[in-house]
Ligand binder design. Structure first.
Ligand SMILES: Nc1ncnc2c1ncn2[C@@H]1O[C@H](COP(=O)(O)OP(=O)(O)OP(=O)(O)O)[C@@H](O)[C@H]1O
Ligand SMILES: Cc1ncc(COP(=O)(O)O)c(N)n1
Length: 535
């Protein structure tokens, strides 16, 4: 059997794994365990049933084996239609079934076959006829990896069960030579605090090839070990189809199984040896939540702090010092130029044309807004000319953060990083508009826009820009795109999205506070100012 690196779907990275095994209606072993294990470790699970058992966590009461020609029809139906990246074989039950599966393997030639030579259930019930052992040995010669437990290893080499780890390793070596394939020796049934497994190479590999790899593990103190062999072999098949490396596949599968054993006592299934918790690590519950809901809740306190900033209160009251306002606008203009470049990068990374167009148009309107800022606000009114002034520390840090995500992060992360500029700015706009309206109603003669005792509101025209319906629309679309990217993202990416969003939100808040921070720093004694040279 060819065991070179398999090529699972290069786009999704999700391999198609076929389990050929018996059914355990209690769900802990057999195809039910295989489907959970394959799904939990990143594969797409398919299953062909060799035998039906009447079984629970206490034992097996009956076995029904459908005709082998029907088994062959199931196998052919899959092979004729689906790319199979790896096969896992479990309970075969009879010599006829084993021969039928062997003939199909010769015909279909799947790239990887992991054989768990199931003979006896944990409960003690026989799951393989005596005369079937010969047929299973024949089948094992076609496998890429065979994963017997201590008792099965002994049957396959025709010896008594190994009583020690070194005896088990020796039997594993004998079996690898006899079958001409690699063998995983499993220490689960040996006494001791450790639970090692060992990957013994096929004899042809051993000459100048890899040595035996021992994969150590802790013994998890639980009685709920029903289906560990089924789950492990399915996970190995899946991880090999993804990684293309046997030691890596076994290491990853074993580490996942250890978690499943640690989580086993959380389940309440039956009175006997219960199943392991296949989904101890997920599925990621965030997959079912909207990113915008998660992220907005996450920055709840930050949002409250932002809306209470003295800058915004003074802007609404109309007593914001003109120098602070000018500094804010000047920093905004500098920021928008970088932000536009980052949005253009989002357009380049976008997976679909409509998103590409959205980011491109957002990038363009940033540049237009920047130009408008200079034309209408920065020239004349504030005395600051276009291109004048340096980026302050907050602008610099915010832009650095965005550029870093644009350079290193995924599309999903970048979308999360650019979102606060839309969303928090829109939230500030709504807040300012709302408060100003309230004040107009309270003091119709007052500000803004009116001519009260203290004259017209100096920032009325600026405040009016917050009511732009086009910006509200763009914000809604950016949120929708972020939710879509989050749905498609991996768990790791989802975490990165939240972190990127959180950082941008913090910079957004600091951006509105920067004029006050700068003015305070200017008022500080000369020897406390940044960059002061002290004698
Ligand atoms: N209590 C445990 N703690 C940690 N790992 C365990 C424990 N029991 C078994 N394992 C691991 O589970 C895997 C399956 O080993 P085991 O020897 O139990 O196979 P098996 O007998 O074929 O399984 P099954 O119980 O399904 O028949 C191995 O990686 C083994 O090291
Ligand atoms: C259908 C089926 N396949 C395999 C096993 C072995 O699993 P375990 O040894 O954990 O009982 C089983 N009990 N039932």
């Amino acid at each position: 059997m060819d065991t070179a690196r398999t090529a699972c779907d290069p786009i999704s990275g999700i391999p198609n794994i076929l389990s050929i095994a018996g059914s355990d209606p209690s769900g802990g072993a057999g195809i039910q365990a295989d489907i959970k294990s394959i799904s939990a470790t990143g594969g797409y699970a398919m299953a062909v049933v060799t035998a039906l058992t009447a079984q629970n966590t206490r034992g097996v009461t009956a076995v029904h084996t459908p005709p082998t020609d029907f088994l062959r029809q199931q196998l052919d139906a899959i092979a004729e239609d689906v790319r199979i990246d790896a096969v896992k074989i479990g309970m075969l039950g009879s010599a006829a079934v084993a021969r039928c599966v062997g003939a199909w393997l010769d015909h279909a030639r799947p790239p990887v076959v992991v054989l768990d030579p199931v003979m006896v259930a944990t409960s003690g019930a026989r799951l393989l006829d005596d005369d079937a052992v010969r047929a299973v040995v024949d089948l094992a010669r076609r496998a890429s990896l065979v994963t017997p437990n201590i008792a099965e290893l002994a049957v396959l080499v025709g010896a008594d069960p190994a009583a020690s780890w070194s005896a088990a390793l020796e039997q594993g070596r004998v079996l690898a030579v006899r079958l001409g394939t690699r063998v995983l020796v499993k220490g689960g049934h040996l006494p001791g605090e450790r639970c090692p497994d060992a990957l013994i190479p096929a004899p042809q590999d051993a000459t100048g090839g890899p040595d035996t790899v021992v994969l150590d593990g802790c013994r998890v103190p639980t009685e709920n070990t029903h289906g560990t062999g089924c789950s492990l072999s399915s996970a190995i098949a899946t991880r090999f189809a993804v990684t293309g490396d046997w030691p890596t596949a076994v290491r990853e599968a074993k580490s996942w199984l250890e978690g499943a054993l640690q989580g086993a006592d959380l389940l309440d299934v039956g009175a006997g040896s219960g199943p392991v918790h296949h989904f101890h690590a997920g599925p990621d519950p965030r997959a079912h939540q909207r990113f915008t809901e998660l992220a907005w809740r996450d920055i709840g306190e930050l949002r409250r702090n932002l809306l209470e900033l003295p800058f915004l209160t003074a802007l609404m009251e109309g007593d914001l010092p003109a120098t602070d306002f000018a500094y804010y606008l000047q920093q905004d203009a500098l920021y928008l130029r970088d932000y536009s470049a980052v949005l253009a990068r989002a357009a380049a990374m976008a997976p679909a044309e409509d998103e590409q167009l959205f980011w491109l148009s957002a990038a363009t309107s940033c540049l237009q807004t920047e130009a408008e800022l200079h034309r209408t606000w920065l020239s004349g009114k504030t005395g600051i000319r276009a291109g004048e002034g340096d980026a302050g520390p907050v602008t610099r840090a915010y832009c650095d953060h965005l550029r870093a995500v644009a350079g290193r992060g995924s599309y999903a992360e970048l979308v999360a990083a650019v979102l606060p500029c839309f969303w928090l700015y829109a939230a500030v706009g709504d807040h300012v508009q709302e408060r100003v309206q309230e004040r107009v109603q309270e003091r119709p003669q007052g500000r803004p826009g009116g001519h009260g005792p203290s004259g017209p509101h100096p920032y009325a025209a600026w405040i009016a820009t917050y009511a732009d319906p086009g910006f509200a629309e763009a914000t809604a679309r950016a949120k929708q795109i972020a939710d879509g990217a989050h749905r498609r993202a991996s768990p790791v990416e989802r975490t990165a999205m939240l972190a990127a969003f959180r950082w941008s939100a913090a910079y957004e808040r600091d951006f509105f506070d920067a004029p006050r921070a700068r003015a305070a720093a200017r008022r500080a004694p000369a020897d406390l100012r940044e960059g002061a040279v002290l004698a």
